[in-house]
Each structure stands twice: as structure tokens, then as C-alpha cells.
Design a protein around this ligand. Structure first.
Ligand code: R5P
Length: 370
């Protein structure tokens, strides 16, 4: 696209001798000064904002064009009291990802924030090439901050001739040049072992637990929507001083192990993907006499029929975190988004200053509205 733009923009752009981004009619466009005019050279590009600190360390964030409002990394930056810098991620005409770090990062301690959420492959490749760009720009250390780690569910060979993609992705991140990884609520904690570099694995539970403590729900039972989530649910039940039940998902029949009759149920899962698991679990506990059902899940993937299922499910409130941005069309009055920015910000500070991260879990963190 080669469109002439306004004189004001021309002047500003030519004075600065640089490229510029403008939002208009919901489309993000990149302009560059060319032959005396500002020209649109790219639409549907995504900007990367980099947050840096006076002492020379950075937190990089990607701003997706569809998202209005603040992103997790912006909230992290606010918490750390650092300002945003500039970098660019764009697509070549054939769809290849192209990255340019727009500021000097030589010797810097980089915290690159990127969830590998949908579009998973696009976000993953962006993460990889960003890491490579930082490495080649002589950054001192690169920490891949991956609030949601995609491909995590492909973590074993449970039938013949299938890959272990979670391991492959870990290899790719390491090979690209990451020195450490900071992740939140990995689908399985043992995924840490897929990396041969240090992994700090955090839990959103302090933030979510605090929220439910404030709600002070009566006669509370925490319910795991499947056997795989029972360890996570047990942890929540312990922290909240609540009972515990487990939905045992058979192909046709759902058994609920534990008593939910007359109880307020809090379903706990690590993610809501298509919403199938939690919708079925919510119906199962309601059929067995649960009074009210709440749901908490760290990662709001919300793909496919998820919103349709959530809209119909007998659930009072759905609580998620901002590890994945919830686009406007998926926002609902019953959907509460808690921010994990303060948690991640505190951990980033500790990593930067080589302080203990595990001690942080003894500290109560305020949840901030996302
Ligand atoms: C399963 O092991 C996970 O913890 C989630 O329960 C599951 O992946 C969610 O997927 P969906 O929302 O599509 O049922």
C-alpha cells in the first residue's frame, strides 16, 4: 500500500526522519518518510513496546493491534515504574516475521514478555526471532517471560508416531538464545525439565486466592473439573479453608467424587480453552445440588465455542488473569480479569537483582483489576 497521508503527519515524520505508527479506523499503519512524503508501508503491523529502566535493563512487550486498554506488560512496566521504549515487529509480504529492536540494548538485561497464545504459531515465531534479535544486538542476558506457554498440553507420547511438541518448543526457545524462562501456571510443573536453562515457575494462586477470600463465599467447596486438575484444586482448597471434590470425567458419565450438595462450588482449572471441560463440570455439580458455581482459571484462551459455552453454563462468575489479553468481543459482565502484573513485576525485580524468587510466595500480593 502506498498512500499519501496528511501534511501534518508528513511534516512530523520528515522532521524526525524516522518511521511512525498511526491508528486510524481500527487499523494500525506504519509510515516511513520516502521521497519527500510520508507513505504507508505496512498495515496490520504490530508494535513492540520496550520498557526500560534508567540503569539499562529492559522489559519488552508486544502490543497486539486488536487489544484496547492496557496490556499485561504495560502493567508490569507501571509497577516497576519504568517507561516504554520502541521496537518493531512486522510481516514481510509473504508472511515472514521481521523484527527490529529500535534502541540500543548492548549489555542490557532483557525481559521479553510474550505469551504463546493464539495465534500460537505467529506469537511463538515472534518470540523466537525477538530473542535472536536481542542476542545479536549483544544483550547481556535474555529472560523469556512467557505468562502463558502454548503447546504445553503436548507433553508426552501418548500414542504412536506423535511428537512431544512441548519439548520441541522448549528446545527452540533455548536454541534461539534465551538465558532463562519465567512462566506462570505451566500446564504441568514438570515442563520445567524440558528446558536446560533456569526456569522460574510462578503460580497465579496468591492473586486468585486473595480475590476469593475477599468474596468470602459461604460453604465453599473447591472442585477440580478433571482428575488432572486435582492437585491444583487441592492447593486452592487448602489456602481457602474449603472442602474439595473432583469431577471424574468418563466418556459418557460424569462422577463427582465428594459432596457438593447445598455448597457453593469453585471450579479450578489452569486454562479455559474451548470451555468444554468446565461447562460439563459446572452442569455436573449443579445437577448434584450445588447452590452456586464460580470458576477460576489462570489462562483465558477462550477459543472456538468457548464464549458460547460460557454464556450458557450455570456459572455465576468466571475469574481469569491477564496472561492472555481478553479482546473486547469476549468481555462479559460475568468475566472478571485479575492482573498478575504485580506478581511478575516483583519476580522480574528479584531476578534482576539476583534475589530469591521463592520467598515471594510468602508475601500476599494485591490483585489489581485488569
Ligand atoms: C486439561 O488437562 C486442562 O487442564 C483443561 O481442563 C483443558 O485443557 C481445557 O480445555 P477445554 O476448555 O477445551 O475443555
Amino acid at each position: 500500500i502506498d498512500t499519501d497521508v496528511t501534511t501534518a503527519l508528513n511534516t512530523r515524520l520528515l522532521e524526525r526522519c524516522t518511521s511512525s505508527y498511526e491508528y486510524g479506523l481500527g487499523v494500525l499503519q506504519r509510515f516511513v518518510a520516502r521521497e519527500g512524503h510520508a507513505r504507508v508501508v505496512q498495515t496490520h503491523v504490530e508494535t513492540v513496546d520496550c520498557v526500560y529502566y534508567a540503569l539499562g535493563w529492559w522489559v519488552m512487550v508486544k502490543r497486539s493491534e486488536f487489544k484496547k486498554g492496557k496490556l499485561l506488560a504495560e502493567r508490569i512496566a507501571e509497577h516497576l515504574n519504568v517507561r516504554l521504549g520502541e521496537a518493531t515487529v512486522e510481516r514481510f509480504p509473504d508472511g515472514e516475521v521481521h523484527v527490529r529492536i529500535d534502541e540500543d540494548v548492548r549489555g542490557a538485561d532483557i525481559f521479553l514478555v510474550q505469551s504463546t497464545c493464539p495465534p500460537v504459531n505467529e506469537n511463538l515465531v515472534e518470540l523466537l526471532v525477538m530473542i535472536d534479535a536481542f542476542k545479536r544486538a549483544s544483550a547481556e542476558r535474555i529472560t523469556a517471560v512467557i505468562p502463558y506457554y502454548g503447546y504445553a498440553r503436548q507433553d508426552r507420547k501418548d500414542e504412536g508416531r506423535v511428537p512431544i511438541s512441548a519439548k520441541l518448543v522448549a528446545n527452540m526457545i533455548t536454541t534461539a538464545g534465551a538465558d532463562r524462562v519465567l512462566a506462570l501456571d505451566l500446564h504441568a510443573a514438570q515442563l520445567q525439565g524440558f528446558f536446560d536453562i533456569p526456569v522460574d515457575h510462578l503460580y497465579a494462586s496468591p492473586v486468585v486466592t486473595r480475590y476469593f477470600r475477599r468474596l468470602d463465599l459461604p460453604e465453599l467447596t473447591v472442585v477440580a473439573p478433571d482428575v488432572g486438575s486435582s492437585k491444583l484444586a487441592r492447593g486452592y482448597a487448602k489456602r481457602l479453608g474449603a472442602g474439595l471434590a473432583i469431577v471424574d470425567k468418563q466418556t459418557e458419565v460424569m462422577n463427582v467424587i465428594g459432596d457438593v450438595k447445598g455448597r457453593t462450588v469453585l471450579l479450578i482449572d489452569d486454562m479455559i480453552s474451548t470451555g468444554g471441560s468446565i461447562a460439563m463440570a459446572a452442569s455436573a455439580v449443579r445437577e448434584r445440588g450445588a447452590k452456586e458455581v464460580f470458576l477460576a482459571a489462570t489462562h483465558a484462551i477462550l477459543c472456538g465455542p468457548a464464549m458460547e459455552r460460557l454464556d450458557k453454563a450455570p456459572i455465576q462468575q468466571v475469574v481469569v488473569t491477564d496472561t492472555i489479553p481478553v479482546p473486547r468481543e469476549k468481555q462479559r459482565p460475568y468475566l472478571k480479569v485479575l492482573s498478575v502484573a504485580r506478581l511478575l513485576g516483583e519476580v522480574i525485580l528479584r531476578i534482576h537483582h539476583a534475589e530469591s524468587v521463592s520467598r515471594l510466595f510468602d508475601i500476599e500480593l494485591d490483585d489489581e483489576p485488569a
